[in-house]
Design a protein around this ligand. Structure first.
Ligand code: GLV
Length: 333
């Protein structure tokens, strides 16, 4: 039997296993088992396929928790092909000496572009216009038909001034916008003005979410949050659906408490077509496409493979979420 490490990969990677692809790089160093289906593995299947593995390459639908780690006691590294890692119980991993890596940086620009796609689509009512045109509802040009909201020169509020928040703010400068931002503290060189959240909500015509999903941010966009926004404001979320109380968003859109929303992320994903949220007026939705370009997804896969191989070699790469796990792992060995 080979003594190369065994790795479970929970989805096929961009480019398949052609030469030069991230998968090909992984194959050179490990015995690989790939989940080929489009549907994610169930928790049970994930446990069964991870048992006996030294490393896991996961995507955001896989829950890595005590139950999985119990079933896969050899696992030393979990490389999550996403910048967000709310699907992983990092504390449980650290306690067992399991290194976790993510894919920061490489998806920043693609996700910022997607934020702008949603912002512009919601502001200028593109899906409504598209539907009207295809449905035969395009009447004669009229001065007051499908009026949207100004973007150039408006004020945007960025909640969460990390990499993606910054990239969104930089794009806003090109639109001559006033940029406000909020977070735990001011960030050096951030292209905008730091303000408290309440102030940001009261002043911004666009509010864009860029915080990770944590206990602190879960459902932070609730009824009180939307009540503080301007009635002519548009809400954009490209981070995680869990930061939004969707019933509150639906109510804010229905009652005219806010003017519109653009969402790339929802709860659950995929959202059932009959979900009440989808009945909201002035709502533009996309099926979690923030990082969905071939270049970006390939770079994410590559970074995940690098993290996995580094972890298997006992090194903490720069994209390690819990580098301290290595010391715990050495103690365990
Ligand atoms: C995608 O949502 C990611 O976190 O990379």
């Amino acid at each position: 039997m080979s003594n190369r490490p065994r790795v479970f990969v929970s989805r096929t990677l961009p480019g398949g296993d052609a030469p030069g692809t991230p998968f090909d790089a992984l194959k050179a160093h490990a015995e690989i088992d790939v989940w080929e289906a489009t549907e994610p593995p169930t928790a049970e299947a994930l446990r069964a396929r991870s048992a006996g593995c030294d490393g896991l390459l996961t995507v955001l639908t896989e829950r890595v928790d005590d139950a999985l780690l119990d079933a896969a006691p050899r696992v030393r590294v979990v490389a999550n092909m996403a910048v967000g890692y709310d699907n992983i119980d990092v504390l449980a991993c650290t306690a067992r000496g399991v290194l976790v890596t993510n894919t920061p940086g490489v998806l920043t620009e693609a996700t910022a572009d997607m934020t702008w796609a949603l912002l512009l689509a919601a502001a200028r009512r593109l899906p409504e216009g598209d539907r009207a045109l295809r449905g035969g509802g395009w009447g004669p040009w009229h001065p007051t038909w499908l009026l949207g909201y100004r973007v150039s020169g408006a004020t945007i509020g960025i909640v969460g001034p990390g990499r993606i928040g910054r990239a969104v703010a930089q794009r806003a400068q090109g639109f001559g916008m006033t940029v406000l931002y909020t977070g735990h503290r001011p960030v050096e060189d951030f292209p905008g003005t730091f303000v408290p959240l309440d102030d940001l909500l009261a002043r911004s015509e666009y509010v864009s979410m860029h915080v990770p999903l944590t206990r602190e941010t879960e459902r932070m966009c609730n009824a009180a949050f939307f009540a503080r926004m301007r009635p002519d404001a548009i809400f954009v979320n490209t981070t995680r659906g869990g930061v939004v109380d969707q019933a509150a968003l639906l109510e804010a859109l229905r009652s005219g408490g806010i003017a519109g929303a653009g969402l790339d992320v929802m709860t659950p994903e995929p959202i059932p077509v009959g979900d009440p949220l989808l009945t909201a007026p002035h709502l533009v939705v996309a099926p979690h496409l923030g990082s969905a370009t071939l270049e970006t997804r390939t770079a994410m896969a590559s970074l995940a493979v690098d993290g996995l191989l580094a972890g298997l070699a006992g090194r903490a790469p720069s994209n390690a979420v819990n580098p301290e796990a290595l010391a715990a792992g050495r103690r365990r060995a």
